[in-house]
Structure formats: structure tokens, C-alpha cells
Design a protein around this ligand. Structure first.
Ligand code: RTP
Ligand code: MG
Length: 140
């Protein structure tokens, strides 16, 4: 398996509850390395563009509203098979369906307030990382 990079967001429900360290511990325990990280407030425009793929979905407005409801921590994670591995560590989108021990099973409040985002494919990771980070902010 090749070393990959994936893009992660620790969502506003986690920053609000002051559990970003607990989320990071799950990430690191899984063998993923946090090679870039910053806390930011997303604008409506940024969140709307980032989740543009979901524009026609019924949950789009709520999603943009939620993602701008407080600070987020954006991250780049690196490791063997990082994209699939992080999706495993995150657990299912709906925390009720997430496997025990996953971030969403342990911390998510609802399908909206579900604690983390992770890229779902190499193509999306390659778009999402430069959306938030310049090369000199990533130290692998
Ligand atoms: P994410 O993009 O945040 O990593 O989550 P995901 O891949 O597991 O889920 P995705 O299908 O990409 O949906 C993005 C976010 O939209 C919200 N959502 N709500 N009410 C619903 O049916 C519904 N479906 C999705 C979730 O907060 C999800 O994380
Ligand atoms: Mg997604």
C-alpha cells in the first residue's frame, strides 16, 4: 500500500465541545500523521464551494449553515492507505450506523453534527488539500 495524503475537517460540533484533542488522538492512534493543521472560521462562500458537489441535495443548506456555525480545524493526514483508513476511523456518515470505536460512533451528535469530514477518493483529496493549504504549510 502506498503512502497517501487525505484532507480532514474537525467540524463545529467538536470545536464547540472542546474535543478536538480527542479526535486527534483517534487519528494518531490509527497510525495517521497530522502533517498540517489550522483552526479557521469558514465563510458561507467557502463552505458552499467546498460542498458544491451536494448543491442539489436537500441537506445542502443545512450543511453549509452547520459548517459555518463555529470554528473548524482543517487538517492534512498522511499514512499508508490514508484515504480509506481515515474513512474507517471516521465511521459511517450517520453515527447510528457507525461501528463501535469510530470517531462518529463515539463523538457525533447527529447525521449533521457528525464531528469529522474526510476525503472520499484520491481525486477529492487532491482537490480538497489545496483548497485550504499551500505547499509550505504542509510538513510531511
Ligand atoms: P463528509 O463529506 O462530511 O466527510 O461526510 P460523508 O462523506 O460521510 O457524507 P456525504 O454524503 O459526503 O455528505 C456530506 C455531509 O452532509 C451531511 N448529510 N446529511 N440528512 C442527510 O441525509 C445527510 N446526508 C449527508 C452529513 O453531515 C455529511 O457528513
Ligand atoms: Mg463526503
Amino acid at each position: 500500500m502506498a503512502v497517501q495524503r487525505t484532507f480532514s475537517i474537525v467540524k463545529p460540533d467538536a470545536t464547540k465541545r472542546n474535543i478536538t484533542g480527542k479526535v486527534n488522538a483517534k487519528i494518531e492512534d490509527a497510525g495517521l500523521r497530522i502533517i498540517a493543521q489550522k483552526r479557521i472560521q469558514l465563510s458561507k462562500e467557502q463552505a458552499g464551494e467546498f460542498y458544491g458537489i451536494h448543491k442539489e441535495r436537500p441537506f445542502y443548506n443545512d450543511l453549509v449553515e452547520f459548517m459555518t456555525s463555529g470554528p473548524v480545524v482543517v487538517q492534512v493526514l498522511e499514512g499508508e492507505d490514508a484515504i480509506a483508513k481515515y474513512r474507517e476511523v471516521m465511521g459511517a456518515t450517520n453515527p447510528k450506523e457507525a461501528d463501535a470505536g469510530t470517531i462518529r460512533a463515539e463523538f457525533a451528535e447527529s447525521i449533521d453534527a457528525n464531528t469529522v469530514h474526510g476525503s472520499d477518493a484520491p481525486e477529492t483529496a487532491a482537490e480538497e488539500i489545496p483548497f485550504f493549504f499551500s505547499d509550505d504549510e504542509i510538513v510531511g
